[in-house]
Design a protein around this ligand. Structure first.
Ligand code: ATP
Ligand code: MG
Length: 412
């Protein structure tokens, strides 16, 4: 992308009401625009981050046999009334709207009911199971406090996966597959060493569920971890009874704040029973479908990455999710000409700062935008038949040949 051609501009200051670091940095660097508290627009750079995160998740879920769909956001109250969740104050608070022709609709805060209801049309026999269906979907929640930038939106992007099985063993088996897929996803987005599977309460049908918590100073959750972080509990389940069950004691644990970037639940019959999702087994008898559900907060994940990978100069994104790999700056007539040449054909890898601005300003912006590398071509580097490459993370600068630059650009 050519910076001269995009409408997005970096900003010296974040909006006054943007107190969260992720929001402030992402707004200033031109990744997102703040519409109002908890509501953000995603700009070209931000879109690319979201798409990269989605693709990583998509690849890992498709690998374990999941199928992608997109359900509606407007919700018919009917299935939610069957589970008692349309007026349930326990549910993250609904946004609701009126139909012009009369009646009320909801804006989906989650999709257990509509997904279960949808699959009644398609699941009839044991031969239709197991089945794993997911989507990337905008959820609406009337969150009381939305002061954490894109970590807590009133409108946000979630990946929600639902699994359908004929037995508890099969659900357990798939649950473990998802655990492994989640580990790969968090590792690939750069959060592998600070994200932990955490015991959380499971509700009526399962003793525990699991959250994926990323250790983060501004995280809204509190978690407790043992010395090698092999055992992590959220606040809800960190009590004497649970500790006794695991044969551990309070003193072995440290407390820290964290952000929940995902969670997984064994739902069993929680939704399939009230909504009547059944199949015919091998003996021709009707049976209730076992279910699991598995969420990842995609936009929150982007916010967590922005919080984690930043310094006083700006963002410092991992390559796997950065919108581009390289920010390219040409200095002087020859430098600019050579930069044009380098840019040609590499529009997906290079963010070309071809704006009519001073080098100092371009350097500051490249640090704010936080791509993994900055490459500078100038008379000085051309004299040595080289370019200057700076790693954003370490600030380390070195001269490399055009050949080596091609290797880096092409990821060889
Ligand atoms: P939280 O405790 O943070 O409110 P939750 O328990 O309500 O989360 P779920 O309903 O299970 O979350 O949603 C699945 C995932 O969606 C969460 O793990 C989180 O990563 C993300 N998420 C939930 N609420 C929000 C929000 N308001 N903004 C952005 N992401 C969210
Ligand atoms: Mg919530």
């Amino acid at each position: 992308m050519r910076l001269s051609k995009t409408f997005v501009k970096t900003l010296r200051e974040a909006p006054k009401d943007e107190t969260a670091r992720n929001g402030a940095l992402l707004v200033r660097a031109g990744y997102v625009h703040k519409e109002m508290a908890g509501v953000y627009d995603y700009l070209p750079l931000g879109m690319r981050v979201i798409e990269k995160i989605k693709n990583i998740i998509r690849e890992e879920l498709n690998k374990i046999g999941c199928q992608e769909v997109l359900l509606s956001t407007l919700q018919n109250p009917e299935p939610w009334e069957k589970t008692g969740r349309f007026d349930d104050q326990e549910v993250d608070i609904w946004f609701k709207t009126e139909l012009a022709s009369g009646g009320i609709l909801g804006l989906a805060p989650t999709h257990e009911e509509p997904m279960t209801n949808l699959l009644k049309t398609y699941i009839s026999s044991y031969k239709d199971l197991p089945l794993y269906v997911y989507q990337f979907q905008t959820k609406f929640r009337n969150e009381l406090r939305a002061k954490s930038g894109i970590l807590r939106g009133r409108e946000f992007l979630m990946k929600d996966l639902y699994s359908f099985h004929t037995s508890e063993e099969d659900l357990d088996k798939f649950y473990e597959e998802v655990e492994k897929a989640y580990d790969r996803i968090y590792a690939r987005v750069g959060l592998g060493d600070c994200t932990f599977k955490t015991f959380a309460s499971g509700g009526i049908f399962s003793k525990y569920s699991h959250e994926y918590q990323t250790i983060l100073p501004v995280g809204e959750d509190t978690i407790y971890y043992n010395s090698d972080k092999s055992l992590v509990f959220n606040k809800e389940v960190f009590n004497d009874e649970v500790l006794k069950e695991f044969g551990v004691s309070k003193e072995d644990f440290e407390e820290t704040t964290a952000a929940e970037v995902g969670n997984i639940f064994k739902l069993k019959f929680k939704y399939s029973e009230p909504l009547g999702l059944r199949y015919i087994d091998e003996e021709n008898k009707p049976q209730t479908v076992y279910m699991g559900c598995y969420g990842i907060g995609v936009s929150r994940l982007m916010g967590v990455i922005a919080e984690k990978f930043a310094d006083d100069k700006g963002l410092c994104l991992p390559e796997s999710v950065a919108p581009y790999k390289i920010c390219l700056v040409g200095i002087g007539e020859n430098g600019v000409k050579k930069a044009e040449e380098i840019y040609q054909g590499n529009e997906e890898t290079i963010l070309f700062d071809d704006r009519d601005k001073r080098p100092g300003e371009k350097f500051a912006d490249s640090e704010l935008i936080g791509l993994p590398f900055r490459v500078v071509v100038s008379d000085k580097t051309l004299d040595e038949d080289a370019v200057e490459i700076t790693e954003r993370k370490t600030g380390e600068t070195r001269k490399i040949s055009f050949e080596e630059l091609s290797r880096i650009v092409e990821g060889r």
